[in-house]
Design a protein around this ligand. Structure first.
Ligand code: SAM
Ligand code: DTB
Ligand code: SF4
Length: 334
């Protein structure tokens, strides 16, 4: 396992990130092929179970209460509505179902009890059940694990240095503490970030440096391209050049060979050819469905056309793989 390292230096990551693009993609492709089934891409489904009205000031986010956006505030969904969406996602080939809440942090109240019920019930559908609910303490992480949560998404978003330019209502360390609680609870860690927040290449490299030097690599690393939303402070940010996205995907793949690299928000702006380059560079998951949490995503049928054109195959959920292959571990360490 000589490629799995937790002691990467900024200089080493910078050298990888700056390789000539085609060489970088080739190098990432070779590693990808060693650790994953080439061309296999997980279809994940996203549902905003509690929308808008969030007290944080994340500069990119349409759900922050202080940003005047078109997002309509919605209370926590009913269990039945969530289950219907999960069944629908499964029928569409999804093997992971991620429930997002516009919360700063989880509180120990009846809403959290309802989320725990959602986790239990979605788990029964043999989907990898994931939540992203903001900050959680150890007790809450343990309760989520007990309810059967497979993964928890909590992005570090950018480098430690650039973080304070984007968010002031919490610290980078707050984020890392939640990741630590998730890890200690034995839940699979999903953490990545966003490009297009006005960061430099050094910040992008800094973000990967933080992720790859965690005690264990996140099992899942979402790479989002900013979806600029009117009313947010970053609404006028320029679209990131597509090669920056490819560089992030490829570098993440080389640094974290076993992890899933998720080509997340921002796909609507990418051609099939550009996405193909991301898949060659090691991206092996997408969010399917015409809405992310609040912003548009490619139409389901357009994505299925892309799968056909590129010869991609959807990945089965861990639960389904476990049944077929009699796998016993809950999730493989990265
Ligand atoms: N409130 C929780 C939190 O912030 O952890 C969970 C929901 S939050 C919307 C989930 C993630 O979505 C954020 O961490 C951020 O990385 C991503 N995100 C939010 N707005 C975005 C945008 N406009 N473009 C791209 N990614 C975005
Ligand atoms: C992640 O990294 N990207 C997804 C998921 N994790 C929760 C969220 C993207 C949100 C894009 C903005 C929106 O639709 O509100
Ligand atoms: Fe709230 Fe999450 Fe949006 Fe930040 S990213 S404003 S914490 S919903």
């Amino acid at each position: 396992m000589k490629y799995i390292r937790h002691n990467w230096t900024i200089e080493e990551i910078t050298e990888i990130y700056n390789r000539p693009l085609l060489k970088l993609v080739l190098d990432a492709s070779k590693i990808h092929e060693q650790y994953h089934k080439y061309g296999e891409v997980q279809i994940s489904s996203l549902l905003s179970i509690k929308t808008g009205g969030c007290s944080e000031d994340c500069g990119y986010c349409p759900q922050a209460a202080r940003h005047q956006t078109n997002v309509k505030v919605e209370p926590l969904m009913k269990l039945e509505t969530v289950l219907a969406a999960a069944k629908n996602a499964k029928a569409g080939g999804a093997s992971r179902f991620c429930m997002g809440a516009a919360w700063r942090e989880v509180r120990d109240n009846s809403d959290f009890d309802r989320v725990l019920e959602m986790v239990k019930e979605v788990n029964k559908l043999e989907l990898e059940v994931c939540c992203t609910l903001g900050m959680i303490n150890q007790y809450q992480a343990d309760r989520l694990a007990e309810a059967g949560l497979y993964a928890y998404n909590h992005n570090i978003d950018t480098s430690e240095k650039h973080y304070t330019e984007v968010i002031t209502t919490r610290t980078y360390n707050d984020r890392l503490n939640t990741l630590d609680h998730v890890r200690k609870a034995g839940i699979s860690v999903c953490s990545g970030g966003i490009i297009g927040l006005g960061e430099t290449d050094e910040d992008r490299i800094g973000m990967l440096y933080t992720l790859v030097n965690l005690p264990q690599h996140p099992e899942s690393v979402p790479i989002n391209a900013l979806v600029p939303v009117e009313g947010t402070p970053l609404a006028e940010n320029k679209r990131v050049p597509f090669d920056a996205l490819v560089r992030m995907v490829a570098t993440a793949r080389i640094l974290m060979p076993k992890s899933a690299v998720r080509l997340s928000a921002g796909r609507l702006e990418l051609s099939i050819a550009e996405q193909a380059m991301c898949f060659m560079a090691g991206a092996n998951s997408i969010f399917a469905g015409d809405k992310l949490l609040t912003t548009p995503n490619p139409e389901y049928n357009a994505d299925m056309d892309m799968f056909r054109i590129l010869g991609l195959t959807p990945k089965a959920s861990f639960a389904d793989r476990q049944i077929k292959n009699k796998e016993h571990v809950h999730h493989e360490p990265c």
